[in-house]
Ligand binder design. Structure first.
Ligand code: GDP
Ligand code: MN
Length: 387
């Protein structure tokens, strides 16, 4: 789960990671009030709160030198459709701004923490190329990014922080506070089950302080059950409406760009099916795993969600009946078809437990379905239909 910058900074405060003074605002009036609570100490920064980076370049971060400017910037940014390299061309609607105390930056750094699955460890990344598009730095100047691997069983040690500090050429006087910052970030990452923690830029101010100017935190969805405190952090406006709907039925659904919708049971089979669709020359409109133990109702909802997606021009059903029996699945399809008009062709490949019964239900349903006898046949039918 992604969270907003202002929420990530709340977590930072909890862990004594220094952040600028600031307040979040949903209206221009609230933005002005926030400025007043900071004693109109200009310059201040108006920052669009969306789940995407690159806001600065997209016009979503502005430095205001007066209350008038702060008002103007808040007016333009609140309600704008902010386009950055991470939002897609349609952009994202800005519903909140963070009003923050402006700082005098001496030097900008990058600090990030991620999980390296191959090494089964936590990796801290740092760079002196802070404040920039770090993906670009990684591509063009990988040597500018320092990586320190931490064995999670051993935990973070002072030598890790020293290694980072030496590589970044941090002055001795800033060493102690830097170590504290790195340790706090690591602890937050661990305790809050993050999959990403990124500070870009991490600034060293003229006053000799470390301050996280930006904050990006992603929480591992699988850990949310043990973090009730993050319930209020979820912002469904930032999510795809169909994905939100699917999650209420516990369906594993991800909306994609293609036009062939697909319903599959099991994530592995879903991945294989998407490969197959691509090989046939078509493009999947979604990833959808109804799950091994899906119920009839879940199948029905899955069907409805795919049919709501206006870019879908055909549907491929690929089911291997194991725990989810073919007859239960077929009943779900029939129920969904009765409630929604299917106006796109549907290819069905179904095998496994109770397949004869499942096929009988589909055949006698009166629905016009295209049956595929096996995966190869399904693939050929996809090619005939979609390209
Ligand atoms: P992003 O573009 O979405 O990553 O948003 P950031 O929070 O990183 O802000 C973009 C840029 O705005 C930063 O890299 C800084 O250069 C600049 N910026 C943000 N806050 C301040 C500030 O308080 N003072 C100054 N001088 N620049 C700031
Ligand atoms: Mn940034």
């Amino acid at each position: 789960m992604k969270i907003h910058e202002y929420q990530a900074k709340e977590l930072f405060r909890l862990y004594q990671i220094p952040v600028p003074n600031g307040n979040v605002a949903s209206t221009v009036q609230e933005a002005m009030d926030a400025a007043k609570t900071m004693e109109n100490n200009f310059p201040m920064v108006v920052k669009a709160q969306i789940h995407a980076g690159g806001r600065g370049k997209g016009g979503g971060v502005k430095l205001a030198k007066s209350l008038e400017e702060l008002q103007t910037f808040s007016e333009t940014i609140l309600g704008m459709q902010l386009v950055t390299h991470q939002t897609g061309k349609e952009g994202k609607l800005v519903r909140k701004v963070l009003i923050e105390q402006g700082l005098t930056i001496q030097k900008e750094f990058y600090l990030g923490i991620i999980i390296d699955r191959e090494k089964a460890s936590i990796v801290i990344m740092a760079s002196t190329a802070g404040g920039m598009d770090i993906e670009k730095v990684a591509e063009e100047h990988p040597e500018q990014i320092i990586k320190v691997c931490i064995d999670p069983l051993m935990g973070i040690q002072p030598c890790h922080a020293r290694q980072l500090a030496y590589s970044l050429d941090i002055p001795a006087s800033a060493m102690k506070s830097f170590t504290k910052l790195v340790f706090s970030s690591y602890l937050l990452f661990l305790e809050k089950d993050c999959s990403l923690l990124e500070i870009n830029p991490l600034v060293y101010t003229a006053a000799g302080e470390w301050i996280a100017l930006d904050a990006k935190v992603t929480i591992d969805d699988n850990s949310l059950f043990r973090h009730p405190e993050f319930k209020e952090y979820r912002d469904i406006y930032e999510e795809d409406p169909l994905e939100v709907e699917a999650s209420t039925y516990k369906l594993n659904y991800i909306n994609m760009d293609g036009n062939l919708g697909n319903i599959v049971n099991g994530a592995g089979l879903a991945m294989a099916t998407m490969d197959m669709i691509k090989q046939a020359g078509a493009e999947p409109a979604n990833f959808l795993d109804v799950g091994g133990g899906a119920t009839q109702e879940m199948v029905e909802q899955a069907f409805k969600i795919i049919l709501k997606d206006t870019k879908v021009k055909g549907i491929l059903i690929n089911i291997f009946g194991g725990i989810l029996r073919c007859d239960v699945f077929a009943q779900g399809v029939v129920k969904a078809a009765q409630k929604t008009s299917i106006n796109v062709p549907v290819i069905v490949r179904m095998e496994g437990t109770n397949v004869t019964e499942g096929r009988r239900i589909l055949n006698e349903s009166g629905l016009s379905l295209i049956t595929a006898i096996d995966i190869k046949d399904a693939s050929q039918k996809v090619a005939q239909l979609m390209i």
